[in-house]
Every structure is written in C-alpha cells, then in structure tokens.
Design a protein around this ligand. Sequence first.
Ligand code: SF4
Length: 387
Amino acid sequence: MADGWRPAPFREFVLKIHSRCDLACDYCYMYAMADQSWRSQPRRMSLATAEQAAKRIGEHVRQHGLEEIGLVLHGGEPLLAGPDLIAYLITAVRGAVGEGVIVHATVQTNGVGLDDPYLALFDKLGIRVGVSLDGSQSAQDRHRRFASGRSSHAAVTAGLRRLTAKRYRHLFGGLLCVIDLRNDPVDTYEALLEFKPPRIDFLFPHGTWESPPPGRALGTDDAPYADWLIAVFNQWYDYPQTDIRIFTEIVRLMLGGSSRNEVVGLGAASMLVIETNGSIEQVDTLKAAFHGAPRTGLHVEHDPLDAALELPEIAARQLGLRGLADECQKCRIRRICGGGLYTHRYRRGTGFANPSVYCPDLMRLISHIRETIEPDVAQNLAKLGAH
Ligand code: SF4
C-alpha cells in the first residue's frame, strides 16, 4: 500500500466444529441474535473440511513465518463434535504447520459434557479448556439453561470439578462470564473464584446501537456496566487472586504495552473463523450486528486464508486509530479504549464507524483504573528512584 500499511497475519483460528448446542442460552450470539446462518450449517465439521482447514492454516503459517498460533475449538458446543473429530483436527493442524510451530489449542465449552474420557484426550493432545459460567446457580440460571428450561448449573459445575481436580487442573484455561447487571458483581466474582480459575474473562453482553444491551440507556452518561466492573476491580486490585483479562489488558495498555485482544486497544484484529461447512468468516461476535455480518464469501476449499486479509472489512479492523470513528479519534482515552469491540459499534446507516454502544462504560471504567493505578505507579517509581 502507498502509505506503507501492510495487513497483519491471522494468529488465532477459531474452528466451529459443531454448529448446534446442548444448551439454549437466551443471549447466545450464535443462535439468538441477528445472524441466523447457523440454520444452513451442517451440524458437524466433516473430516474432509477439517483436513482442508488444517492445510489452509499451515499455508498461512508458512507464508508469514509464524512461530506460534492459537487454535480455538468452538461451536455451538464443540464437545458434541465427538473425540474422533477433535483428535483428527488437532493432529492435522499440528502436522500442517510443521515441527517448530507452537499450536496453543483450546476448547471453549459450556462444560456440560466435560467427562473423564474427554479430559484424558485433552491431556494427551495438550488442549486447554475454557468453560462458560455466569457465577452462582441463580446467576447461571438467568440465561444458561437447557432447551427444556432445566438449570445447567449442576452439570456445568460437575464438569468443572472434574477439570479442576489435581489430575487435570493444568488443562484449565479459565472461565468466561457474561455480565448481567442483576447479579451482584462481587458475589459473582467470588462464585467464579471457587474454581480457582487461572483467568476470568468478564464479557459485556453483545449489543449494538440498533439493539442496545440490557440496562444501557442510550443518550445518557449512565455507565452501569462500568459500575459493575469497578466493584470487581476494586476487590481484585486490593487482592488479585487471578488474571481478569479486561483489567489486565487495560493496565498493560496504560503501561505502554500493546493489546492482545479485540476488546480494548488498537491492536490489529488477528482472529479468523472457519465455519462448520468450511466457509471463512470474520470474528463470530459480528453475528450480533446483522444477518450475514461475518460473511466473507471465501471458503477453505478454494481460497487461501490470505485472501481474507485483502477484504475491506478485515482491513478496517487492522487500521488502528485510522479505523476508528471521528468521535473516537478525538477521544482522550482512544489508545486504551480503541473504540471497544468492533461488533458493539454497529449502527444502521453508518455501519461500524461509531463509538461503542458501551462508550460511557468504557470511559468510566478506564478512567477509574487510571485514577487508581497512577498514584501507585508514581509512588513506586519514586521509591525506586530513591534507591
Ligand atoms: S471511550 Fe467512547 S469515544 Fe472514547 S475511544 Fe472508547 S468508544 Fe470511542
């Protein structure tokens, strides 16, 4: 390009290996939001598609000289794909990228099917396990139920107990928790800490300017999600018992580091999705924006993954500051916030050229973290200078 900008390679590959779920969570962006393309997806990725996906990942890794990649087995519910497909896929990807390239493999599960045979397989293949849990039973039951309405809490916590027992604890990647403002933040945090997760990822429920998240009153400075997270932050900052990704990322950015995910910061988007049928898609949270939003028109059968780097939709998520809305470009915390998650910027007519629908929350949360850590950093630097 004339100004020297070059697309950054993809480094994380999300493989949708099973396109249905055994839970029916009412906030799920896969099934309960704007994009309904799952209806035309095969239930399970075929071995032929898995092999072709692995080949394309291998090509991309060699083309860009990557030394390590992330591979996320996702769904729907990936454990429903069965152990044979999972073993085949992981082996195929490791074979395709070649020796010397590290593949950080993770399975992101609802936890219901986490049994001993699966855990033994993950141990053998070196697959880490992330589990979705919204907190206590009452918190989990608000959204994460079986289609019959039955609570999933007992099944998920039983799976988590198996995962966190001594034999398999090293496989535990962490917990994903979607925020519900009706749940007490500190109680929720403490319910998650019971499993001693190495990481907690608190997620904003997906929403856009067209379909605002619950409790987000548009046109006001109310920031209920910031207030919720600040209650957790204050507890965590005084006594950190785990890594809470959104806080760690904000602090990293404040200390001059670069962001490692798309939630905050201006780092180039580096995640690509391969759907159950082999279609190459953008980040799957875009399903919350509008029907067809993640679509690229590319397919592993006939397209290299590099073809996705040339798409304007991908480039827009790799342009850093220049990819932000005018309001964000002028914002005092733009380098840290980065306009928030791309999906949350969507508005009909202006597309993604908007601040996040969570703008007041991001502003208040980031300001609070800055006001909390700045005096401590200054004091510690002064102490170091004194020695
Ligand atoms: S706080 Fe709001 S205006 Fe500032 S960068 Fe974030 S989304 Fe944009």
